[in-house]
Each structure stands twice: as C-alpha cells, then as structure tokens.
Design a binder for this molecule. Structure first.
Ligand code: DGL
Length: 270
C-alpha cells in the first residue's frame, strides 16, 4: 500500500481523459494534475522544446511527494518518455504502448488508423510500438493540428459546425484507408469521441489513449504493491494559465464537482 498521490500532466485539458478513467478505476488514489495551459498546444513544437517543457512539468509534479507519473500527453509520450524515465527514479508511464496494445488486440482487418499531433505522427512511435507487437498490422497515420486548439476553446460538441467540418476533412483519409480501429493518439481527442464516431461510423472501434494509459497505471501500481487503500481519493488540479476557465472545462469533463479551485502555477520557476 502507498497513500502518496499519482502525478498526471498534459499541455491542457486533454489529460483529464486519463484522470477520468483513473478516478473510475482507482477511487482511493489522490491525483495531482498539471495542465500547461500557458503553453498549449505542444503538438507543433520541436523535440528540444518539448523535452524542456516535459522536464519542467515533471519537476513541478515532483515538488509533491508523488509515487508515480502518468504522462497523459501523446506528444510528450512519443517524443520524450525514455529520457524522462532515465532521469527519474519513480515509475513514469506514457500513453503509446497501452493504446497500441489495445488496437492490436481489437483490429480484425489489421488496418489501424492513428490520429495524433504533428509531433507524435512525425516521431513514428505508434508505428514502432505496433510493429513490435504484431508486424502484420498496418498503421495509417494522420496529424490533426486543429483539433487541440478547438477542444481547448470548448468547440468539441456534436452539432458544432466548425469541429464537424474539420473532423470530416481530417478523417477522410482514415475512411479511404478502410481502418477498422482508430487510435485517438492525442489525449485531447477523446473529447471528440462523439464527433469522430459520427464520421467514422459504428464499425470502427475508437481507442482512447488516455483511458488505456490509466488502465496500465492501475496494473503498474497493483504489481508494485503501490495501490492506495481505505479512503476516498481526490484530484487536485493545477494550470499554468487561466485556472478558472480550466476549472469550468474540467468540471464538465470529469462530470464531478471539484472540491477545490484549480490552482495557478508559474511553470517557469521549475
Ligand atoms: N494532449 C496532448 C497530446 O496527447 C497535447 C496536444 C497538444 O498540446 O498539442 O498530444
């Protein structure tokens, strides 16, 4: 048993897709979440800048006595994870491997789609991971750079003509490729689950990378004897800009009342 909190971070609200699943799966865990809202989006940035940001995000989370970190950001997971793991003496998990494992399990026609940020697609990390699990599975990838700014601005609901138009254009290549499984490889994208589901249709299985990563965190804590027990855990949210706007979206998305306000962080200090 280990009652210390789990740290989770992303560039913004996207990583809450992992927090929602962590709250469902592990209700006794305390969670400290950081959304780097002053620097979102991460997805178009270079590896050097991403590593700098990721190190600061980890440094901030480690200012608390945490037991593990979930990198609930596809972009950081695809570009910086091995370095972060080498530099830190606590378990650090990302979203790539859990999402790929699930996709390989579920695909029937061995054609898996990947939508993610430009940096994640450029890294080839999802393709490498899938090839290591089953080389006969083909991955068709597409970067969707407009999705994150639209989600951060609350434009993710069905019926919103802007997001629906953008989604149709981005997803046409996935439809043409005939994928039967689609990895939502950026943790912001599960907020678009309904919009993406409408475009792709019911035959295509959508994989929520954040939720899969939360399941792998449960497994890691369980096998390390590090699960919290015997209490109701809570989530403490931090954001590097506009914490009250972040709180409004977080409440909607987590579908729970926050017990405390979202707290501001000056991430440049870390
Ligand atoms: N949600 C993050 C990801 O999974 C970051 C997206 C962004 O900031 O561009 O890639």
């Amino acid at each position: 048993m280990d009652q210390r909190p789990v740290g989770v971070f992303d560039s913004g609200v996207g990583g809450l897709t992992a927090v929602r699943e962590l709250r469902n799966l592990l209700p006794s865990e305390n969670i400290i979440y950081f959304g780097d809202t002053s620097r979102v989006p991460y997805g178009g940035r270079s590896e050097e800048i991403l590593l700098k940001y990721a190190r600061q995000d980890v440094h901030f989370l480690r200012s608390f006595d945490i037991k593990a970190i979930l990198v609930a950001c596809g972009t950081v997971s695809t570009t910086c994870l091995p370095k972060l793991q080498r530099e830190n003496d606590l378990p650090i998990l990302g979203v790539v491997e859990p999402a790929c494992r699930r996709a390989v399990e579920l695909t029937r026609n061995k054609r898996v789609g990947l939508i993610a940020t430009a940096a994640s697609v450029r890294s080839g990390a999802y393709e490498t991971s899938v090839a290591g699990m089953d080389p006969s599975v083909e991955v068709v990838a597409r970067a969707c750079p407009l999705f994150v700014p639209l989600v951060e601005n609350g434009r993710y609901k069905p019926g919103d003509v802007v997001i629906e138009t953008v989604a149709r254009e981005y997803l046409s290549s996935m439809q043409e490729a005939g994928v039967d499984t689609l990895i939502l490889g950026c943790t912001h994208y599960p907020l678009l689950m309904e919009v993406i589901g409408q475009v792709m249709g019911p035959e295509v299985t959508l994989i929520n990378a954040g939720a899969e990563a939360a399941r792998s965190m449960r497994q890691a804590l369980h096998s390390g004897g590090m699960l919290a027990e015997g209490r109701t855990g809570d989530a403490t949210l931090y954001a590097s800009d506009q914490p009250s706007d972040f709180g409004t979206m977080a409440r909607q998305f987590l579908q729970e009342e926050l017990t405390k306000p979202v707290l501001p962080v000056d991430i440049d200090r870390y």
